[in-house]
Design a protein around this ligand. Structure first.
Ligand code: BJW
Ligand code: ZN
Length: 238
């Protein structure tokens, strides 16, 4: 395991910590990532499944994929990395958790406020009346699911080409800019605007720690890169 004395010191001293998580933090829970070995985009093309055009073309196909992912996630639980973030939140005066994940595992671990940049796979939104509602049924009894108004429902997630939930980037940017320590965990950092938070935190004067098995586009600008599985190394940081 890498030497953790410097990152531990940053963590203990920081009065404000912001964290950006990606699919890699849930990998050890058994939830597939998008890119890389075993990633979802190895077998599926994002443009066929994760765009509004794909949903317009074939809502049933898109829903079958989400139904399958919901089943995978329902069988998974939070891991030691999700739990370590709850502990860091308790110990830090100002703490913001920003996630690109839609799996809900941070909620299950017990994190407080979570900025979910890409929505939530356990929420549905009506394409006709706009109603948004929770839905944890696995498997879905009918595909595609419908709203009480009779309209077609879609997953409450953010697809390529869609704007993020209103106001959420402003909150995330504020947290990144004002953080003394910024942790980037398990994200390939290729999807924007989320990835832009990393240089923003750096510009704001934060120490940036990356926890990832591999190099990313931002590895060169971070203050410390820890190449180790998140669920093993995060508890050691505490
Ligand atoms: C471990 C580990 C272990 C593994 N421990 N680590 C510039 C150029 C071209 C296009 C764009 C651009 N700027 C913006 C765009 C468009 C686009 C974009 O970014 N495209 C890029 C791909 C180029 N962005 C958008 O479209 C966004 N919207 C937008 O920009 O709107 C503008 C707008 C304004 C006004 C009106 C209209 C529009 C929206 C992006 C939505 C992304 N959606 C998805 C799907 C969500 C729903 C779902 O889950 O189905 O979000 S795509 C997918 O990627 C998902 C993820 O959240 C996101 C990021 O992936 P993540 O989390 O980084 O996962 P991986 O798999 O990539 O990486 C895992 C990492 O973990 C790896 O590095 C591993 O090494 C590591 N790892 N095990 C530690 N145990
Ligand atoms: Zn409706």
């Amino acid at each position: 395991m890498p030497d953790l004395s410097q990152p531990r010191e940053w963590l203990v001293r920081a009065a404000s910590v912001a964290v950006l998580t990606g699919a890699g933090i849930s990998a050890e829970s058994g939830v597939p990532t998008f890119r890389g070995p075993g990633g979802l985009w190895r077998d599926y093309r994002p443009e066929d499944l994760a765009t509004p055009q794909a949903f317009e073309r074939d809502p049933k196909l898109v829903w079958e994929w989400y139904n399958w992912r919901r089943e995978r996630i329902a069988g998974a639980g939070p891991n030691a990395a999700h739990r370590a973030l709850v502990e860091i939140e308790k110990r830090t005066p100002r703490f913001t958790l920003i996630t690109q994940n839609v799996d809900g595992l941070h909620d299950l671990a017990g994190s407080g406020k979570i900025l979910k940049l890409h929505g939530d796979i356990w929420r549905l939104r009506c394409t006709v009346c706009g109603a948004e509602f929770p839905n944890r049924r696995v498997p879905l009894p009918k595909i595609p699911p419908h709203c009480a108004c009779g309209g077609l429902a879609r997953p409450g997630v953010v697809w390529f080409g869609e704007p993020l939930p209103p106001g959420i980037m402003q909150e995330a940017e504020h947290a990144a800019r004002s953080a003394e320590l910024f942790l980037v965990i398990g994200t390939s950092a290729v999807v924007y605007p989320a990835a832009g938070l990393i240089p923003l935190a750096k510009e704001g004067g934060a120490k940036v720690i990356e926890i990832n098995l591999e190099e990313t586009a931002f590895s060169q600008i971070v203050d410390c890169a820890l190449r180790w599985p998140a669920a093993e190394i995060l508890p050691q940081l505490l």
